[in-house]
Design a protein around this ligand. Structure first.
Ligand code: PLP
Length: 422
């Protein structure tokens, strides 16, 4: 039976058999005893059961199946953070000496991971402007380029990615497109339907929604041809895994099984069953919450648009926003709860305004169930140079508003009283 997304949010991944718990059980066990040594040996050849919770666990697996189903993939692997998901998504393809292309309009932590930490691993990231023409972007590709990375709705610049354009460029070069779909969630946008090959999420954001677990996930569409000659790690024996050839052994699940059996086995950033249980509770109400985040955020964005004290409002579905057309195509149900505003008067006035808010929390988080604000230039993006800040679409007076599920009149009243203090 093919269910709609609201039903999948509740029912995918776990179906109780006769008399079993209705609620997804928390299997808080590191290990799983078997009858014979031979059985365990067989699992090392073909991982058909859980062996050890550093890389697989029944509760986490149920949530992985749900997330894969929501995005329309063939398989998923959860991680302990969104950062870990982004890192593994690249390390599963690139090794020392390789490079990859990323749009510059992405989350600041990912910029740092790509520009600084992966560079220390010998992997080079070449940043491109996603608004540039295909010909211009093409100049970033070299013979050692192995992947393309981009974000559906960029945090905090709120640019909307032309997924089809990026996928076409990647595929023309025989490379996969990895999309960070954190802000959109599979409820607002399903990048596989537009040509993406791999999706990553910080599940700490809307998927969880309640600010109770830090997590990430990588989802594989299972459609990319790893045998095109550019990816020997997929098509030649992996000596660290008794000579397995991933594409031969695992077919269209080569990418996600390699990520688990090679990288998760060695790096071990796998979430606990309890974290996965909490994540699942959040996903169950994703559809309801996303509708409300979007409608609340649009009303707040309209309020800002009508205020004389605001220099700029960015919200993709707000009338007149630069991304109206891309939002129409990729985000027909709404553009999440995140709004970026710039107050007249620059950094100092922005901080004064934020400190005057009474309902909105001033916190290092986004996509929370409660309304919250953050000043990217002095917090999440503090490590970036001015040039990197501008490339990410951030100016020093910008405030990122993450509109929550409170009554929208209360959110607007709070903003109104804070603006009046200036
Ligand atoms: C778009 C995006 N991707 C990835 C991350 C990293 O996720 P995490 O904080 O779960 O490591 C974040 C965090 O804010 C984000 O906003």
């Amino acid at each position: 039976m093919k269910y709609k997304i609201e039903t999948k949010c509740l029912r995918s991944g776990y179906t109780p058999k006769n008399g079993e718990p209705r609620v997804m059980p928390i299997v808080q066990s590191i290990t799983y005893p078997f009858d014979s040594t031979e059985h365990i040996a067989g699992l090392f050849d073909m991982p058909t059961a859980h062996m050890y919770s550093r890389f697989s666990n029944p509760t986490v697996a149920a949530v992985e199946e749900k997330l894969s189903d929501l995005e329309g993939g063939v398989g998923a692997m959860c991680t302990t953070s969104g950062q870990a998901a982004s890192m593994l998504s690249i390390l599963n393809i690139c090794k020392s000496g390789d490079s990859f292309v990323s749009t510059s309009s992405i989350y600041g932590g990912t910029v740092n991971l790509f520009a600084v930490t992966l560079k220390k691993f010998g992997i080079e990231c070449v940043f491109v402007d996603q608004e540039a023409s295909a010909e211009e972007i093409q100049k970033a590709f070299k013979s050692n380029t192995k992947a393309v990375f981009a974000e559906t709705i960029a945090n905090p610049a709120l640019t909307v990615l032309d997924i089809e354009k990026m996928a076409n460029i990647a595929h023309k070069n025989g490379l996969p497109l990895i999309v960070d779909n954190t802000f959109a969630t599979p409820y607002l946008c399903r990048p596989f339907e537009h040509g993406a090959d791999i999706i990553v999420h910080s599940t700490s954001k809307y998927l969880d929604g309640h600010a109770v677990q830090v997590g990430g996930v990588i989802i594989d569409r299972g459609n990319f041809d790893w045998t095109n000659g550019k990816f020997p790690d997929f098509t030649e024996p992996d000596e660290s895994y008794h000579g397995v050839v991933y594409t031969k052994e695992f077919g269209n699940m080569a990418y996600i099984i390699k990520a688990r059996m090679q990288l998760m086995r060695d790096l071990g950033c796998y979430p606990s069953a309890h974290s996965a249980f909490l994540l699942n509770l959040g996903i169950e109400t994703l559809a309801l919450r996303m509708d409300r985040y979007c409608s609340n955020a649009l009303k707040v964005a309209e309020y800002f648009q009508n205020s004389e004290m605001i220099e700029e409002v960015k919200y993709p579905t707000l009338k007149g926003d630069k991304y109206n057309n891309l939002a129409k195509k990729y985000l027909p149900k709404g553009a999440s709860g995140v709004i970026s505003i710039t107050i007249k008067g620059g950094r100092e006035v922005a901080i004064k305004f934020m400190d005057a808010l009474k309902l909105a929390y001033n916190e290092v988080h986004v996509a929370d169930i409660c309304t919250c604000v953050l000043h990217p230039a002095s917090a999440t993006h503090r490590q970036l140079t001015d040039k990197q800040l501008i490339d990410c679409g951030i100016n020093p007076g910008m405030i990122r508003f993450s509109i929550g599920l409170e009554n929208v009149d209360d959110i607007i009243a709070d903003i109104d009283q804070a603006l009046k203090t200036l």
